[in-house]
Design a binder for this molecule. Structure first.
Ligand SMILES: Cc1cc2nc3c(=O)[nH]c(=O)nc-3n(C[C@H](O)[C@H](O)[C@H](O)COP(=O)(O)OP(=O)(O)OC[C@H]3O[C@@H](n4cnc5c(N)ncnc54)[C@H](O)[C@@H]3O)c2cc1C
Length: 287
């Protein structure tokens, strides 16, 4: 029989996970987990609802950066003015997830730990150099977001570990991020390609730092170092955009499915990388 517990401390949540006799699953917003339970795709023995842990939901500023609690829904992320100003790419990625109803529940932690290759917030988080605080039996450890997902539906978290929060670093001057995805329909669809870009410029508009991350074109989101290298040391001219486009296309290892062929996804990845970088660059230039 499926058991449910809603602990009120991180330590009790870890104890519940560790003590589970079969499969235990963390419940954040439930927008993936409940669908999987009803369809029979997930058959846990225990559900550990973390939403009753004080402080697990909400956004707060810290050391010039931000802490986003693991159970913070997309709607709350979208309403946070400071976060929208500093990290527009993360906010637009989080707010692309589902509909208004889904936004009232869906979290970044659930989006990451569900480990879909097409998860919208993941490329934006990795582009931002976001880290997550992982709670477990030996206390807490902080790891880069890109170390969590190891393949479709798989994470590096131990069975008695869960994500408690995300940390976003302080923004340097003249830096900004952006996230774009391509979907066959205009709403409520799964990304064919998602791109997160984060750039920092010098006073002359030359890019001094960049992160380019592709989603939905490989088993996990991919940080494309070559694509970032195409931007660094240059203004965003046609040469840089062409090099970015080519590097993004080379990094793709997509599947063929009803949403797009391998050739199509690869081509779209280059186009979307150009567009996302252009938005990030324009935003950074205005700061
Ligand atoms: C109608 C609909 C539309 C959707 N549209 C999109 C979309 O456009 N883009 C997109 O990316 N996704 C979409 N989704 C999928 C889903 O809404 C997102 O992945 C969402 O962010 C999941 O968050 P959650 O809090 O609801 O996760 P949950 O369902 O609570 O959890 C998902 C998984 O992550 C695990 N988990 C949750 N929190 C933690 C934690 N803190 N630590 C460790 N493990 C954890 C759970 O055990 C579970 O395995 C959609 C879903 C629906 C139903």
């Amino acid at each position: 029989m499926l058991a449910y517990t809603a602990p009120t401390t991180v330590e009790d949540a870890v104890r519940a996970l560790a003590g589970a006799s079969g499969i235990a699953k963390i419940l954040s917003g439930g927008t993936d987990l409940l669908v999987q339970l009803r369809s029979g795709r997930a058959k846990p023995d225990l559900i550990v609802d973390i939403k009753k842990i004080p402080g697990i939901s909400g956004v707060r500023e810290r050391d010039g950066g931000f802490v986003i609690g693991a159970a913070t829904p997309g709607a709350v992320i979208g309403e946070h003015e400071g976060l929208r100003g500093a990290w527009p790419g993360i906010v637009e990625a989080a707010n692309l997830i589902g509909s208004t109803q889904i936004q009232g529940r869906a979290t970044l932690a659930g989006n990451l730990c569900n480990a879909s290759p097409a998860a919208d917030s993941v490329p934006a988080l990795i582009a931002a150099r976001a880290t997550c605080v992982v709670a477990g039996p030996n206390g807490r450890r902080e790891v880069p977001v890109e170390s969590i997902v190891t393949g479709p539906g798989r994470t590096s978290l131990g069975r008695d570990e869960f994500i408690g929060a995300f940390h976003l670093p302080k923004r340097p001057p003249r830096s900004a991020d952006a996230y774009l995805r391509f979907i066959p329909r205009t709403e409520m669809d799964i990304a064919v390609v998602g791109v997160g870009v984060n750039v920092t410029l010098d006073a002359g508009g030359v890019c001094t730092d960049a992160r380019v991350v592709l989603g939905a074109v490989a088993p996990t989101a991919i940080l494309v170092v070559e694509a970032a290298a195409a931007l660094v040391g240059r203004k965003l001219d046609e040469t840089a955009l062409d090099a970015l486009d080519q590097a993004a296309q080379r990094a793709c290892k997509p599947i063929d499915d009803k949403r797009g062929t391998i050739e199509y996804r690869t081509k779209v990845a280059g186009v979307m990388a150009r567009r996302t970088a252009t938005i990030a660059y324009e935003r950074a230039s205005q700061r």
